[in-house]
Design a protein around this ligand. Structure first.
Ligand code: XMP
Length: 606
């Protein structure tokens, strides 16, 4: 059957592929095309969506794409960078300014089929430096936006020309945080482009099984199985396509796992009947030796990824199956955040995307049956394939494990770098009745599709959670050099914040394992585990008491696809319990709650 399809042009924005999966949810096939693809290729589609980009439209960056698409009589919707490019192409003006990130209030200026079924006021999600300052003759302003209460309004949040059938949104309808984003995309695809919905997940399974059989041929697969939902669903799918005899599983304890995790994972595999060709190796000594003395986050990630490959190859040789393809449960965000499409910036290198694996992929030695999917789709697939509910809904846990939650430092910090952000943050926090300081460490974030590595703001004071989130949003928008806000859970504002020299050691990992165990156990007992999407616990080498004891930071979030996230609410009872138990751990002097959206902070700290 031939499906009606939409082309998504990937300008390298963090969300380009997400647009495609969102369109597919409306049962319309969406495919990713490159901006320089020939115009004839685009002509086969019933609609075109231009994605966001890390490039600046105002500076004419990335402007060498196939502009002939604008001559096609096919509706085009531009998002963020794509929106600005459409405005420019049809005689409007784009300026470097008017930046917004996070939730904004959107207000429709008139009724339009693109906004069918959507109220006049709603929430949209912004992440941009440039904005549209004027539109050309055939265009009109369909919506405006405002950030926070009483702040200045931003014009041209949505624009359109029915004559040309060209439309643009400054915000991202594809992220879950845009309240009616799904509906807006559906309206574009179904109403404006007139696509017939005929695409399904069953069809996806069929195609993947065929693809696996074709790629593997007469070979076999050796799959790295962490026990997380991605690699487990990949194992089931591969097992079905190839038969169990041609699938070997390797579970590696890299020393960066949670408390008792490997033991539990092996038990789970046994219960699921995945233990016929299941191998286990405790490689914690290899990983910890390779990480000794290293403090830089990307270097840690690279070492962990490379050590996985070394351990895998050593085990494969030992078992006499070195000719097998390497199987991985890689999902789409792993690729996109590693800068895996030509234009995307590297936010962080995922363990399954280090250069040696990229080389193996190029040589056809790797099979990744879930590489196009987001977590929410993997879960849907897992349920369809009969994976037990608890496993399908386990919190995601990154491949490098606690390695990216154990911050390291050489113990030095430039005080000059902290002075100006501290002044700005303090004056903004005071308006909300809060004290503020800047933490002398850095963590990874993402702003307007680019990686940033900046300081967290520490807030202290007794205000309600909504005020706290509003304060965090305002401070992060208006302060340079910061990308995260944390809230002090101890009684008093710390008088000292000293940075300790620290690296990856078994002792620090054991301390983090204990803190993480208390948090996970607390979430389960207080009935919050299912509602919260993920909750990293981070150990930071910051001593608040001059005794060399470190600080624990808890990061509960809500999300669906991990490309965006918002801070989750913990109950006062759970917060009290965490205060009592975590601050009582020997080696811990401080406890904080991360209250930052993604963007500008990523979910993990490194
Ligand atoms: P960030 O920190 O980029 O995380 O907002 C997005 C999601 O990806 C997970 N994550 C990883 N998963 N290998 C993985 O398999 C990795 O290297 C990796 N790094 C981050 C993270 O836990 C979150 O769910």
């Amino acid at each position: 059957m031939k499906h009606d399809a939409v082309a998504v042009v990937d300008f390298g924005g963090q969300y380009a592929h997400l647009i495609a999966t969102k369109v597919r949810r409306h049962r319309v096939l969406a495919e990713i095309l490159q901006p320089e693809d020939a115009v004839e290729k685009f002509a086969a589609y019933k609609g075109i969506i231009l994605s966001g980009s890390p490039s600046l439209s105002s500076h004419g960056e990335d402007s060498e794409y196939t502009k002939a698409v604008y001559d096609l009589e096919i509706p085009i919707l531009g998002l963020c960078f794509g929106h600005q490019e459409i405005a420019k192409h049809y005689g409007g003006e784009v300026i470097h300014g008017g930046r917004e990130w996070g939730a904004a209030d959107f207000e429709l200026q008139r009724e339009h089929p693109l906004f069918k079924g959507i109220p006049r006021h709603s929430k949209v999600w912004m992440s941009h430096f440039d904005s549209v300052a004027a539109v050309g003759p055939d265009f009109e302003e369909l919506g405006i936006s405002r950030l926070g209460s009483g702040e200045q309004r931003h014009r041209y949040a949505a624009i359109g020309s029915d004559r040309h059938r060209r439309y643009g949104f400054q915000y991202h309808p594809e992220v879950d945080d845009t309240e009616f984003g799904d509906r807006m995309l559906a309206n574009f695809v179904l109403e404006i482009c007139g696509c017939r919905p005929s695409w399904t997940m069953d069809r996806y399974i069929e195609e993947q099984m065929a693809r696996i059989t074709a790629q593997v041929g007469d070979d076999s697969v050796f799959l790295l199985a962490s026990g997380g939902v991605d690699s487990t669903v990949a194992a089931i799918l591969l097992g079905r396509a190839l038969g169990e005899g041609r699938l070997n599983l390797l579970h590696v304890d890299n020393g960066l796992m949670r408390k008792d995790e490997s033991r539990e994972v092996l038990g789970l595999f046994r219960r699921m009947g995945l233990d016929k060709n299941l191998h286990f190796i405790d490689a914690s000594t290899d990983f910890l030796a390779a990480l000794a003395g290293v403090t830089e986050p990307e270097q840690k990630r690279a070492i962990i990824g490379n050590t996985f490959v070394e351990v895998f190859q050593r085990e494969a040789t030992r078992l006499g199956i070195a000719d097998h393809l390497l199987g991985q449960g890689t999902i789409y965000p792993d690729t996109i955040e590693t800068g895996g499409t030509r234009r995307a910036d590297t936010i962080k290198t995922h363990h399954n995307r280090v250069p040696i694996i990229e080389e193996m992929i190029a040589a056809g030695k790797v099979i990744e049956p879930l590489a196009d999917l987001y977590k929410v789709e993997v879960r849907e697939l897992g349920e369809k394939l009969g994976v037990p509910h608890d496993l399908v809904w386990r919190h995601p846990f990154p491949g490098p494990g606690l390695g990216v939650r154990l911050l390291c430092s050489d113990g030095t910090v430039s005080e000059a770098e902290l002075a100006e952000p501290r002044r700005q943050a303090r004056s903004l926090a005071a308006a909300f009745g809060l004290d503020a300081d800047i933490l002398p460490i850095r963590s990874v974030g993402v702003k307007a599709d680019l990686r940033c590595y900046e300081h967290p703001v520490l807030l202290h004071g007794a205000v309600d959670f909504d005020t706290l989130l509003e304060a965090a949003g305002t401070i992060l928008r208006r302060t340079e050099g910061v990308n995260r806000c944390v809230w002090n859970l101890a009684e008093a504002m710390p008088q000292t914040l000293s940075l300790l020299p620290a690296t990856v050691t078994r002792e620090r990992l054991d301390l983090l394992r204990e803190a993480d165990h208390l948090v996970m156990d607390g979430l389960r007992r207080h009935g919050l585990y299912e509602e919260i999407w993920q909750c990293p616990t981070v150990l930071v080498p910051l001593s608040l008491d001059e005794r060399g004891r470190e600080t624990v930071i808890v990061r509960p979030i809500y999300s669906e696809r991990a490309m965006t996230a918002s801070p989750a609410r913990l109950t006062p009872a759970l917060l009290d319990e965490l205060r009592r138990h975590i601050l009582a751990l020997p080696g811990v002097s401080g406890l904080m709650l991360d209250i930052t959206t993604k963007p500008p902070a990523t979910i993990e700290w490194e």
